[in-house]
Design a protein around this ligand. Structure first.
Ligand code: D61
Ligand code: MG
Length: 413
């Protein structure tokens, strides 16, 4: 019912939502026949709703490599995230994980729900990994090794300084960016991107996750895990969990805005990375998550709800992003539009107002300087703001058609 209300409020979400629904049905139908590959692709859909769809659109060889890369790292991350595993058990597993992928007998049970299934049946992932080309295998092994070592380092170490924060994000997400750039290069369609730009792609996504997931991470049972750097939050509160208490709302929002401002630093690198891509499928695979991230940051900025519950872009807007992201013009328009949503939310009394504003303006300048912005009007906002009554009429016509279809099929049964 909530989604019906959302569609009524945003009628032009309907078409992209239906298109997305059909695409994900299609993707679920295209599960390969071999049992290990079938397991990998159905697992990918279960553990990552957002990445599965964009991975599915890549060409076969690269798609298989990226799928296994994802599952191997997701399994590694399941070990890292399971707070019930004692440190002396966890650290050796993280460090040796890159060798476990070659061993079809290896198994370590941990995690919950679909992550537990991934761990329990990890032999399917190893089997599929061993079928990849050597170039892909080497890239995946190398990144797994470096990420495992980095995660192990941070098991016993808190994220204190902003440098620690960047270092942690480099291990868990920047390295994914480096690995993906290597896989793209190995597939023969792209030049090898500079490491610093690949790293920024991961940092921007990871920092957005860390900001959005504050409440989920602080409430983690049995032990909370926190990635907000002390160097930032200690300016506002004495303990990180104090941010969630109502009496600290003002400080909490200021701290949140500080974190968002920090994340915005990576945008220009990300735009440069994306502008060098040539393959349409790889481009969409990279650009869709980035646009979702800037959209999420625009939504989180100055928003106390981050400390109260889940703040997420509505499904219809996600569907629109997936539908409308095809080239760099779309990306510049999206970044311009979302920074325009963030900009009026900057309160001049916020301690970082000037810094935030200058970052937002730098992003908008980068989008402007591309020279494509005036060619097309708007990516999201225009259609968001336009309250088109025709769309509502169309919606009700479709609803009536669906309704009469449903009642006629029921009548014929
Ligand atoms: C282009 C396209 C996609 C990119 C990219 C460049 C650069 C980096 C990334 C994707 C990675 C971004 C990670 C952001 C989400 N964060 C997490 O999932 C955290 O776990 C990090 C360690 C495992 C990383 C697994 C991964 C993720 C995305 C991939 C991938 C592998 C392989 C291929 C494509 C995309 C986070 O997970 C828990 C949660 O978010 O709930 C955590 O534990 O911090
Ligand atoms: Mg993790």
């Amino acid at each position: 019912m909530g989604s019906l209300a959302a569609v009524l409020r945003h009628p032009d979400d309907l078409y992209p939502l239906l298109k997305l629904k059909m695409a994900s049905r299609q993707a679920e139908k295209q599960i390969p026949p071999e049992p290990h590959w079938a397991f990998c692709y159905s697992m990918l859909h279960k553990v990552s709703r957002s990445f599965a769809l964009v991975i599915q659109q890549l060409g076969t060889d690269l798609r298989n490599a990226v799928c296994i890369f994802y599952l191997v790292l997701r399994a590694l991350d399941t070990v890292e995230d399971d707070t019930s595993i004692p440190t002396d058990v966890k650290v050796p597993i993280l460090i040796a994980f890159h060798r476990h992928v070659y061993d079809r007998e290896w198994r370590f049970s941990c995690g919950t729900k679909e992550y537990k299934v991934l761990m329990d049946q990890f032999h399917h992932v190893s089997t599929a990994f061993l079928e990849l080309g050597k170039g892909y295998q080497d890239a995946i092994e190398d990144i797994t090794k470096r990420m495992g070592a980095g995660m192990a380092k941070f098991i016993c170490k808190e994220v204190e300084s902003i440098d620690d924060y960047d270092e942690y994000c480099y291990y868990v997400a920047g390295l994914v960016g480096l690995g993906l750039s290597k896989l793209f290069y190995a597939s023969g369609t792209e030049d090898l991107a500079p490491d610093s730009l690949s790293n920024s792609m991961g940092l921007f996504l990871q920092k957005t996750n860390i900001i959005r997931d504050y409440l989920e991470d602080i409430n983690e049972i049995p032990k909370c895990r926190m990635f907000w750097p002390r160097e930032i939050w200690s300016k506002y509160v004495n303990k990180l969990e104090d941010l969630k208490y109502e009496e600290n709302s003002d400080k909490a929002v200021q701290c949140l805005n500080d974190m968002v401002t920090n994340a915005l630093m990576h945008v220009e690198d990300c735009l440069n990375y994306m502008s060098a891509l040539r393959d349409h499928a790889i481009f969409r695979f990279c650009a869709i998550p980035q646009i979702m991230a800037i959209g999420t940051l625009a939504l989180c900025y100055n928003n106390i709800e981050v400390f109260r519950g889940v703040v997420k872009m509505r499904r219809g807007l996600t569907a629109k992003v997936i539908d409308r992201t095809n080239n760099m013009t779309d990306v510049y328009l999206a970044f311009y539009d979302f920074s325009n949503i963030l900009k009026p939310k900057i309160n001049k009394n916020d301690p970082n107002a000037t810094k935030t504003l200058s970052r937002v303006e730098a992003i908008q300048k980068a989008c402007m300087d591309s020279g494509v912005l005036n060619k097309r009007k708007s990516y999201i906002i225009q259609s968001e703001l336009r309250h088109s009554s025709t769309m509502i009429v169309i919606f009700f016509i479709i609803l009536a058609i669906i309704f009469s279809y449903l009642s006629s099929t029921r009548a014929s049964k």
